[in-house]
Ligand binder design. Structure first.
Ligand SMILES: [Zn+2]
Ligand SMILES: [Zn+2]
Length: 239
């Protein structure tokens, strides 16, 4: 309630701004929006044009193509990206979803045009109980509202709590999340023949997105694209 009477503040640095949901001019300048060139498949930003070769695929997608079709991200998960994502995830700053969503809609315009249904990456119920909200679900709702696409917020289940992927290698991440997700049986019928757009807050190696995509495809979704708020740049691309 109090927010209605206070001047709006920048969600990243708390400076006053002209309208709610806007970054201040300084933070906007510092935000690393993902722009071309990036990997045509997984969306990882390239440091310079030409790095991906003629087909513009990153080395990871060349070696092991992901299960999902394409992934796109609004911002780089760098120091400035973390100033938005960390409070959104861990400090009850749920209003940041409406700051991130318009940038996700811009980055994912082509994916959204083809999407029949938005599905968020789920939390395990123990973590959901502790955090009280699924940040990916808030993003899916906010993106769906802007892009006028339906959401199926409880389509996926996280079967077991997965350990934090923070310090893990790509191989360890894949092992940790393989089989961790399943389609909720009561929702399976809603996915048949659908082009699904999976929504998450941060994408690192893509292991979580891959595991979710595998579960959705097993439930007869025809394709799975991925749209995230922030993307960890690939260290192998030497940014
Ligand atoms: Zn700011
Ligand atoms: Zn790639």
């Amino acid at each position: 309630m109090l927010d209605l009477f206070l001047p709006p503040h920048c969600p990243a640095c708390d400076a006053m701004v002209s309208a709610p949901g806007l970054l201040c001019a300084d933070c906007f300048r510092q935000t690393g929006f993902v722009t071309e060139p990036f990997c045509a498949r997984c969306g990882v930003p390239f440091a310079a044009s030409g790095l991906g070769g003629s087909d513009q695929l990153c080395p990871g997608c060349h070696a092991v193509p992901p299960v999902f079709r394409r992934a796109r991200a609004a911002l780089r998960y760098d120091a400035q990206g973390r100033r938005l994502i960390l409070p959104f995830k861990h400090a009850d700053r749920t209003e940041i979803a409406s700051v991130l969503a318009p940038h996700m809609v811009r980055a994912g315009a082509a994916l959204l045009r083809e999407a029949d249904l938005l599905v968020p990456v789920p939390l395990h119920r123990a973590r959901l109980f502790h955090r009280r909200y699924n940040q990916a679900g808030l993003l899916a709702s906010a993106v769906g509202r802007i892009a006028r696409r339906p959401c199926l917020l409880d389509a996926l289940l996280r079967r077991r709590p997965t350990a934090s992927l923070g310090e893990k290698s790509a191989v360890e991440r894949t092992a940790e999340v393989t089989g961790a997700f399943q389609v909720r049986p009561s929702r399976a019928g809603r996915l048949v023949g659908k082009r699904v757009l999976l929504i998450d807050d941060v994408m690192t190696s893509g292991a979580t997105a891959n595991a979710c995509a595998a579960a959705l495809l097993a439930a007869c979704a025809v394709s799975v694209d991925v749209l995230v708020a922030a993307r960890v740049p690939d260290p192998r691309l030497n940014e």
